[in-house]
Design a protein around this ligand. Structure first.
Ligand SMILES: Nc1ncnc2c1ncn2[C@@H]1O[C@H](COP(=O)(O)OP(=O)(O)OP(=O)(O)O)[C@@H](O)[C@H]1O
Ligand SMILES: [Mg+2]
Length: 592
């Protein structure tokens, strides 16, 4: 019962459709109930005429008119109902998708670290198709079935209580059988869904990273694992379907026995003159009328099980807590120092700490570089500044206010980032540059492209700013992607800038182009640079070196160059130039 209420909650706001459909289907079932009575009266009239005891054929015309009229009414009402059902399903689909998307957009980054894209998409499509089918069927047929069966049984009771009792007794039996089969069926369905999610998530990943797959010749292996998962799914369907049809056969066999018994009662009673032929015909028609709806109980159980099981994953996503955004202190971060105050952080509470009591200050308007081994927590420090994650302890404070006390959107609107991997969207170059500022004018976009040293190469493309870049920007080179990402950050024009330098070795020309673009981007902003080039690091105001999640040294490049610490070692390594030295530089992911 709780589950039905849950499913109906998804349809809030659509009650007017559900109720209209239900009312129309009630009228339909009432019209259908008229026919057996009319046939009964017609039979009585015909028996009198046929036995030569008088009667008048003209009595049949109005009866035929009623039969014809009610049939026509049923046709029209059913069409209207079908139409309303379509609209209901479409609205429900819209509602479920919009709520899901809206919720997803508010979920913390950690959710996306854990969940495969394919799974996120499947959960929605499963919930949509099964919930809308269930609600539509319920509105369309369930009430109608209830009324048809209920009224038929009541009329049967009037003529023959036994028949009514036998027909009515089926309902609890079917519901009992349905409940019996439900548990196991649901278990199978969940296994099936899990496998399907795995197979399709991998599918999406493989398609998205086809280059890697091809370069490792792993097409066959990927295909085999896909096949294996689908094979397992078919295996589950075998079991699930056998289970389902066992119970379904039981129900239908039950029904066959019951109806045969009822026919026997009616035939014998009429033959022994305990019942008139007209009454027999009426009861036969009524009994027949209950047969389909009662058989339908099977389908309702099936649809109900599906709707409940396949919406559970959806529900789970909707229950996941979104990003906390209760901050109310609106701070203009321009010209304010950024202070990391004893920040400790682990991606998962049970994991080892990536950062341990990290403290440092980025003075307003200065450039600060983070240096440390790969995996040392540099990108993590940048993620925390954007509040993609929350530190377990400590705080990041800007202008005296902890960023957790600022409205999330306001904070992020004041930080521009160039990520380690330049992530673009499919669409045009113009759209990508203007991603953070869709209202930007052509002049603004062009100016940003020029400052990012991207204008020239863009103009050489066949469609210029209207060139489509492909999914994630695959049609552009690494350096081109970076410059588009820089142009995007320039256009955002935020007071704080995070640069997670890509290490991808660009050729010297494009390297210089990118470097120039970055220099222009950094002007007049407070910058946190995660640097991978010694040349970049040498030009910052302050270097912070990280060692095993802790701050090792803080100082100006000139100071640290003599301190014997990481930066000093890196410089020595660069001077040395031996292959062993180069290897050590690699460990820090540092390019010269
Ligand atoms: N989303 C995540 N979930 C769990 N662990 C993560 C996640 N991102 C990074 N880590 C872990 O946190 C540690 C720090 O990663 P981080 O990306 O901050 O390193 P980094 O210093 O930027 O390294 P690099 O120079 O290679 O970019 C690593 O050990 C990494 O495995
Ligand atoms: Mg990194």
């Amino acid at each position: 019962m709780k589950e039905i209420a849950r499913i109906f909650r998804y349809a809030t706001g659509l009650n007017k459709f559900i109720i209209s459909i239900a009312i129309l289907s009630l009228v339909v079932s009432a019209s259908l109930l008229v026919t057996p009575f009319v046939i009964k009266y017609a039979t009585d009239v015909i028996v009198v005429i046929a036995s030569g005891q008088g009667g008048d054929l003209a009595q049949l015309w109005p009866l035929l008119a009623i039969i014809g009229g009610s049939s026509l009414l049923v046709v029209v009402l059913n069409s209207i109902n079908g139409y309303l059902g379509d609209i209901l399903a479409a609205r429900l689909r819209q509602q479920l998708s919009e709520r899901y998307y809206q919720h997803l957009l508010a979920l913390p980054q950690s959710y996306y670290d854990e969940t495969e894209t394919g799974k996120i998409i499947n959960r929605l499509s499963r919930a949509i198709s099964d919930i809308s089918q269930f609600i539509n069927q319920l509105a369309n047929n369930f009430l109608q079935m209830l009324i048809t069966v209920g009224v038929s049984i009541a009329i049967m009771w009037w003529y023959s209580p036994w028949v009514a009792v036998i027909i009515g007794a089926q309902i609890p039996v079917y519901i009992f059988l349905g409940a019996q089969s439900s548990k196991k069926w649901t278990k199978f369905q969940k296994q099936h869904n899990t496998l399907y999610d795995k197979a399709s998530s991998r599918f999406a990943e493989v398609i998205g990273q086809m280059k890697v797959v091809k370069s490792f010749n792993s097409q066959q292996r990927e295909y085999a694992s896909f096949q294996r998962r689908f094979g397992k799914m078919v295996g589950i369907t075998y079991k699930q379907s056998r289970h389902w049809y066992f119970y379904s056969t039981l129900r239908t066999a039950c029904q066959a026995v019951v109806y045969t018994a009822v026919y026997a009662i009616l035939f014998i009673a009429t033959a022994q003159r305990a019942m008139s032929i007209g009454d027999m015909v009426l009861l036969l028609t009524l009994v027949q009328q209950t047969r389909m709806p009662l058989q339908f109980i099977n389908f309702y159980i099936d649809m109900y099980q599906k709707a409940v099981t396949n919406s559970q994953d959806y529900e789970e996503v909707m229950r996941t807590k979104p990003d906390v955004d209760t901050g109310s202190k609106d701070v203009d971060v321009a010209g304010k120092d950024i202070v990391y105050d004893k920040v400790s952080f682990a991606y998962e509470a049970k994991d080892k700490r990536v950062l341990q009591a990290v403290s440092f200050t980025i003075p307003a308007g200065s450039r600060v570089a983070l240096v440390g081994a790969s995996g040392g927590g540099k990108s993590t420090l940048a993620n925390l500044l954007m509040r993609l994650y929350e530190p377990q302890s400590g705080a990041i404070v800007i202008g005296g206010v902890a960023i957790s006390d600022m409205p999330l959107a306001r904070l992020r609107s004041q930080i521009a980032t160039v990520f380690q991997e330049a992530a673009l969207f499919s669409g045009t170059i113009r759209e990508n540059i203007a991603y953070g500022m869709p209202w930007a004018t052509d002049e603004q976009i062009q100016s940003a492209a020029k400052q990012a040293n991207a204008y020239e190469f863009i103009m050489e493309l066949p469609k210029g700013f209207d060139t489509k870049v492909g999914e994630r920007g695959t049609k552009l080179s690494g350096g081109q992607k970076q410059r588009i990402a820089i142009a995007r950050a320039i256009l955002k024009d935020a007071p704080i800038l995070i640069l997670d330098e890509a290490t991808s070795a660009l050729d010297t020309r494009s390297e210089r182009a990118v470097q120039e673009a970055l220099d222009r981007l950094m002007q007049g902003r407070t910058v946190l640079i995660i640097a991978h080039r010694l040349s970049t690091i040498a030009e910052v105001d302050k270097i912070i070196t990280l060692k095993r999640g802790k701050v090792d040294e803080i100082g100006a490049p000139a100071e640290l160059a003599k301190s014997g610490g990481i930066y000093n070692q890196l410089l020595d390594l660069q001077m040395g130039g031996s292959s062993a030295n180069q290897k050590k530089l690699k460990k820090y992911d540092i390019a010269v």
